[in-house]
Design a protein around this ligand. Structure first.
Ligand SMILES: [Zn+2]
Length: 386
């Protein structure tokens, strides 16, 4: 959620979400206590009337993933269910919820708990027991192609190969979460998973929502983000984070324009990567807390500096073309200053195009203005080159 990203163009995923909306509406709008055999024809007819004649029998044929929680949902009184349907439909407009700061499904009265739980189980199963396993056949979706996990992964990765932010940014060639390597593809297969930005364990109704699926790299997904909840955790690191206003989001509110990445000397006079809000107000600080808590970009970029992965990257840029000039090249302050200025321009131009450029750019900018840092750098470089 550092770099802005594009939403994929995946009509099958949109249709699957439409089917899920219909499923929940069927279970939440009415109370049916009659035997299964009497409910089945009503269920089939409902999907046929809504333009998906194959979907009714297909969903009904999934006794554990769909039928059992659906029958439990149908048996509940309508008064406990109506608010859940209203909130679910409202939260499908995630951009709208970011505008008013709250997810409605997180603020339902306690007597809706059962309905919310059964509805959540249905949507979560649509992801874990359907989409992540065998997918959805084309005829069920009324589409020309089926929906499976690879199709979805491919759509999310392909979407990053288009210009972003209404054409103001070029395509993305790094992980949007951490500026590292993008999710890997080999033998034409994508080996990484999509991250559920709002974890499906806690936000099951958003388990298949296109804006809740994020193509993060394996490190971000499995080592850092995991099932952390950007708004709901009680960790002291996110003490100031309370609602949607207080978080960044990969699609709806990326961090990149709002945070500044720099390098500064710490109390021990050692350079460190520092991630700060551009405006020092309460909300910006809360958003930064949430970013650092979920993805720890600061710790990872600072780790790269301390373990000297940024330095070799910058050296490569500075010594680009060095072989040709060997013999008459003076490794002095003037050469370094010129080289750093060129490196800053190059790194800036390729932000989001090569892994690690965000932190390396901060390091190069710091070196431009830090005379002692330059002296240390030249001493090491001269020793290496000799
Ligand atoms: Zn990452």
């Amino acid at each position: 959620m550092y770099h802005p990203i594009n939403l994929p163009d995946c009509p099958q995923l949109e249709r699957f979400n439409e089917l899920i909306r219909l499923l929940l509406a069927f279970g939440l709008e009415q109370t049916l206590n009659q035997p299964e055999a009497e409910i089945e024809p009503l269920f089939r007819q409902y999907f046929t009337e809504n333009g998906f004649p194959q979907a009714g029998p297909w969903f009904w044929g999934k006794p554990v993933a769909i039928r059992r929680p659906l029958l439990a949902l149908l048996a509940l009184p309508a008064a406990e269910k109506q608010p859940v349907l209203v909130a679910f439909v409202a939260d499908l407009d995630l951009a709208g919820r970011f505008e008013d700061g709250r997810l409605q499904t997180r603020n339902l009265p306690p007597d809706c708990a059962n309905a919310l739980s059964h509805a959540g189980e249905i949507v979560q199963n649509c992801y874990t027991r359907i989409l992540a396993v065998d997918g959805v056949p084309a005829d069920v979706l009324g589409a020309i192609a089926p929906l499976d996990r690879q199709t979805v992964l491919r759509a999310y990765l392909d979407a990053q190969n288009r210009p972003r932010d209404e054409g103001r940014l070029p395509e993305l060639k790094v992980c949007s979460g951490c500026d590292g390597r993008p999710p890997s593809v080999s033998d034409d297969k994508i080996h990484e998973d999509l991250d559920h930005f709002f974890p499906k364990s806690r936000y099951p109704l958003l388990a298949v929502h296109p804006l809740n699926l994020t193509p993060f790299c394996k490190d971000c997904n499995q080592s850092f983000k995991r099932s952390k909840d950007a708004i709901g955790d009680s960790d002291t690191q996110v003490a100031d984070v309370h609602c949607l206003d207080d978080i960044f989001h990969p699609y709806l509110r990326p961090a990149q324009p709002e945070v500044a990445v720099s390098v500064a000397r710490d109390a021990n006079d050692e350079p460190h990567v520092v991630v700060q809000p551009r405006h020092n107000d309460r909300q910006q600080l809360a958003r930064l807390q949430s970013l650092l808590y979920t993805l720890d970009v600061n710790g990872r970029w600072d780790g790269d500096l301390i373990e000297e992965r940024l330095r070799p990257k910058l050296e490569m840029l500075l010594f680009y073309g060095y072989q040709a000039e060997r013999g008459n090249l003076q490794l002095d302050e003037v050469w370094l200053q010129e080289g750093l200025e060129t490196a800053v321009a190059t790194l800036n131009r390729f932000i989001g195009r090569e892994p690690g450029n965000v932190a390396t750019l901060a390091y190069a900018r710091w070196l431009v203005g830090d005379e002692r840092g330059q002296q240390d750098w030249l001493a090491v470089a001269t020793a290496v080159m000799r």
